[in-house]
Design a protein around this ligand. Structure first.
Ligand code: PNS
Length: 191
């Protein structure tokens, strides 16, 4: 049988434990797995392309058959250029299915020789998405267990003020304001 090279495309903004789980599963069944980060000029990402590239490189350093690349334009054309014969995508829940099916069929129309292979990440990550991780982190919430530690650290660095504000508010609501004045809403005087 021929060597099967697969492309795992995505935005990875940021990479989550679900992504990593899928990469590890993919690395076991494909001879070569290229993680392709989309260079999307339409979306303003939280993490630059270079940051996402570095994070994914660090996270996959132990997987010798995994390579991190970036691409722009049509995914099928990029897959062809690197001689990938499969596209790997993750399906977490039924809600992912419709979008993924549509995308897989469009990609098949564009390039009939490219097969899309779906894999499921561990069920403990079935609710984890980059979008929700960003949302929680932007509000200073905990993302431990949802993203690898390097990503958690990067989120903390990037969103330092949000985490500081969240921690202060936590202290206030637990009655320990550390001697600081607690911000209160101005009340209207009763007439
Ligand atoms: O992780 P994401 O953001 O859901 O990944 C989406 C991605 C990058 C796989 C998809 O948007 C993509 O392939 N974009 C490249 C442009 C393209 O080929 N579009 C046609 C898709 S049917």
């Amino acid at each position: 049988m021929n060597k099967v090279s697969a492309l795992y495309p995505g935005s990875f903004d940021p990479p989550t434990n679900g992504h990593l789980d899928l990469i590890e599963r993919g690395a076991k069944i494909f001879e070569e797995l290229v993680v392709g980060i989309l260079r999307n000029s339409e979306k303003i990402p939280m993490f630059s392309l270079a940051e996402r590239f570095e994070m994914l490189k660090t996270l996959t350093a132990h997987l010798k058959n995994v390579r991190i690349e970036t691409f722009h334009g049509l995914m099928v054309e990029y897959a062809k250029s690197i001689e990938a014969t499969c596209v790997l995508r993750g399906i977490r829940a039924v809600s992912d299915y419709e979008y993924e099916l549509q995308m897989a069929l469009m990609n098949r129309k564009l390039e009939p020789t490219l097969e899309t292979v779906f894999m499921m990440p561990a069920d403990k990550y079935s609710y984890v998405s980059s979008r929700l991780v960003r949302e929680v982190a932007q509000a200073g919430g905990p993302v431990k267990g949802l993203v690898p530690e390097v990503v958690e650290q990067k989120l903390r660095e990037k969103l330092e003020p949000a985490y500081k504000f969240h921690d202060e508010m936590q202290q206030v609501s637990s009655g320990n304001s550390g001697g600081k004045e607690i911000p209160t809403k101005k009340r209207k005087k009763k007439s």
